[in-house]
Design a protein around this ligand. Structure first.
Ligand SMILES: [Zn+2]
Ligand SMILES: [Zn+2]
Length: 253
């Protein structure tokens, strides 16, 4: 539990109040992971086996592409990943071996009436499972669970952390739900009630706050308010949308 790999980012995320400390933790870890897969991991055979096996979701391929730092590295990852996946699909399709598909037709010239239908079903069944998989999403899920462990631990053992937690600006609704569900699973009766009553109060108060900011944003369009200050409302739209959805890609402008 005292593992600094997890406690340092958690403590740092709560240093400066923000709209969702878990979004901040997620973004930091995601970026680290993107750089890791494009960097040191490339040369590690075990990791290449994992990236060939699990691949990446669209979001994380996109993030790797957007770094623009290591196009060759990304090319190598994509090349061997495609290679592995195509070989698997051919196997599912029933091609006798990968090379046969081109030379003798997909099913090795056996031509049994329903081969195409069966091959399509097998490939799609495989792909349905595969497309839920992603190296970074998998790492992220495990690490976020550890972070939440650390949050619970610090909340009940470090007063300074607890004060910061209780004085926070709430969470996006996606992470609010994750925190509530984790508290339901991981905390015992008394602690669960203590943690959740504080969290729910904090969340509802802060939803009111951000709602008022969005409301003031709309009022600023009234010519009678043109000379009034924006207060905190200039970026109320992206913050409000992110608060309600937890969507990571909503911009800041
Ligand atoms: Zn969040
Ligand atoms: Zn992913």
């Amino acid at each position: 539990m005292q593992d600094t790999i997890y406690t340092i980012p958690v403590t740092e995320a709560y240093e400066t109040p923000c709209e969702c400390a878990l979004c901040a933790l997620e973004a930091r870890f995601e970026n680290d992971r993107v750089n890791y897969y494009l960097g040191p991991s490339l040369m590690e055979p075990d990791n290449r086996i994992a990236t060939n096996d699990r691949g990446f979701c669209g979001r994380h391929f996109n993030m790797m592409y957007a770094t623009q730092t290591n196009r060759l590295g990304l090319g190598l990852i994509l090349d061997t990943y495609m290679n592995e996946q195509i070989a698997r699909m051919k196997k599912h399709a029933g091609a006798r071996n990968a090379g046969d598909a081109q030379k003798k037709g997909l099913f090795g010239g056996r031509g049994k009436g329903r081969d195409g239908v069966r091959a399509a079903e097998e490939i799609c069944e495989y792909w349905k499972k595969h497309e839920k998989d992603c190296c970074i999403c998998g790492d992220l899920e495990k690490t976020m669970n550890r972070y939440i462990d650390v949050i619970f631990h610090l909340y009940f053992s470090a007063k300074e952390f607890r004060d910061k937690f209780d004085g926070g600006m709430g969470y996006c609704m996606r992470h609010f739900r994750v925190l509530c569900e984790s508290a339901g699973k991981m905390l015992s009766g008394g602690k669960q009630e203590e943690f959740l009553s504080s969290l729910v109060r904090q969340q509802l108060d802060n939803l009111d706050r951000i709602n008022e900011e969005v409301n003031w944003f709309t009022k600023k369009f009234d010519y009678r308010n043109a000379q009034e200050p924006w207060k905190n409302s200039r970026d109320a739209l992206p913050r409000g949308m992110r608060k309600m959805t937890g969507e990571r890609d909503i911009g800041d402008n």
